[in-house]
Write a protein that binds this ligand. Structure first.
Ligand code: PLP
Length: 391
């Protein structure tokens, strides 16, 4: 019998994809399914971006590109990130990757090995922990608490750092909670990191343009004192409704760029060329579609929160960013995963149980409001009827 290496037995899952598969299967069987499970905008990619990809294909952009991406795109990313974060960013620091997940994968591979600790948010995007375990590093969860409005606590995060800590993963605005860490708290965290100059930071800012209530997004790159050890994860998937294009970008400290370039050469060569030209059109073209999408998410956010708070024994904090709500279902008497599963099987509403995002996710379910207001209202009415019947 053949032998695979043990690392592969430690790879986890992103359960949103299993829920999507089950929801699709039920819909195929003729069931009326409403998906509040998957985290992707329900909008189409704006037309001028699609046209740029079509034009690139017609113009013969069919070959390999440089491994880190075409220069005009890296220049556009550098300019865009510099404008939004205030940090000087050079195109040489920018790496175009096939989706934001690949930045995560590369950064965790670069710092993770047995004996190393990597801190990550819990609840948080499930791939962080999965990849940390894959490398053999020790995953150290940073508790993210409802009592703290689902923000990182600087104090709690700093207290977890030890001489074994190599990398800290931060994510604001956050999946799955919609939490946004206030600038004052990030200031404290950054001040404390001065005591740990060898610790790198992976800042997952993929929802950075989705903040509400007049809040401004604070990029970790905006802090000169840590800039030389921040890896920025961002991309097109959420901001421009381009999840299926597999396009992301990262900004790396200069000494790490050559390592990720070599990983690219060994692994994916380059990102799909026409998609890169589309990404350029996205960044340099009109941003009205982005503003319209964010405004729509904001309106739905109010609907989700208001309607979820009417559910029996459920309370829902107001998310400040991204497109997720993370209601507390503890008082219903249900555990999160059985509830999520019953809602899908019995009333055709896909949600994700909080424990799919970490141990601190028990007692919550994630609702993605990347769905029409009409569907959100219908889904919450079904959940309400289910909870009345199964109290
Ligand atoms: N980071 C977070 C927090 C996410 O929620 C997601 C997608 O759900 C990603 C990264 C990955 O995005 P991409 O589709 O660009 O790989």
């Amino acid at each position: 019998m053949f032998h695979t290496v043990a690392n592969f037995d430690r790879i986890g899952e992103e359960n949103a994809f299993s829920v999507l598969a089950r929801a699709t299967e039920l819909a195929r069987q003729g069931r009326d399914i409403i998906n509040l499970g998957i985290g992707q905008p329900d909008f189409k990619t704006p037309e001028h971006i699609v046209e740029a990809a079509v034009k690139a294909l017609r113009d013969g952009e069919h070959g390999y590109t440089p491994a880190t991406g075409i220069l005009p795109l890296r220049e556009a990313v550098a300019a865009d990130v510099a404008k939004r974060s205030g940090a000087p960013v050079s195109p040489e620091q920018v790496v175009i990757v096939p989706g934001g997940k690949v930045t995560m994968f590369a950064a965790i591979l670069m710092f993770g090995e047995p004996g190393a600790d990597i801190l990550y948010p819990d609840p948080g995007f499930p791939i962080y922990r999965s990849m940390i375990e894959f490398t053999g590093a020790r995953p150290v969860p940073i508790p993210i608490r409802e009592a703290n409005a689902f923000a990182f606590s600087a104090e709690e995060t700093l207290a977890l750092i030890t001489p074994q800590t190599r990398l800290i993963i931060l994510n604001s605005p956050a999946n799955p909670t919609g939490g946004v860490t206030p600038k004052a708290e990030i200031d404290k965290l950054v001040a404390g990191l001065a005591n740990w100059p060898d610790v790198a930071i992976l800042s997952d800012e993929i929802y950075g343009q989705m903040v509400y209530d007049g809040l401004a997004h604070t990029s970790l790159l905006s802090y000169p004192e840590i800039r030389d050890r921040v890896i920025l994860l961002d991309g097109w998937s959420k901001t421009y409704a381009m999840t299926g294009w597999r396009m992301g970008y990262s900004v790396w400290p200069q000494p790490l760029v050559d390592k990720i370039r070599k990983l690219a050469v060994n692994c994916w060569s380059c990102v799909n060329a026409p998609a890169q030209w589309a990404g350029l059109a996205a960044l340099t073209g009109p941003q009205d579609a982005v503003h319209a999408m964010v405004a729509e998410f904001d309106a739905r956010r109010h609907v989700v929160v208001a309607e979820t708070n009417k559910l029996p024994n459920v309370s829902c904090a107001v998310p400040k960013g991204a497109f997720y709500a993370f209601p507390n279902i503890t008082a219903t008497g249900w555990k999160s995963k059985p509830l999520a599963s019953a809602l899908l099987e019995e009333v055709g509403v896909a949600t994700i149980g909080g424990p799919d995002f970490g141990i601190h996710g028990e007692g919550y379910i994630r609702l993605s409001y990347a769905n029409s207001t009409e569907n959100i209202l219908k889904a919450l009415a079904r959940i309400g009827a289910f909870l009345e019947k199964n109290a």
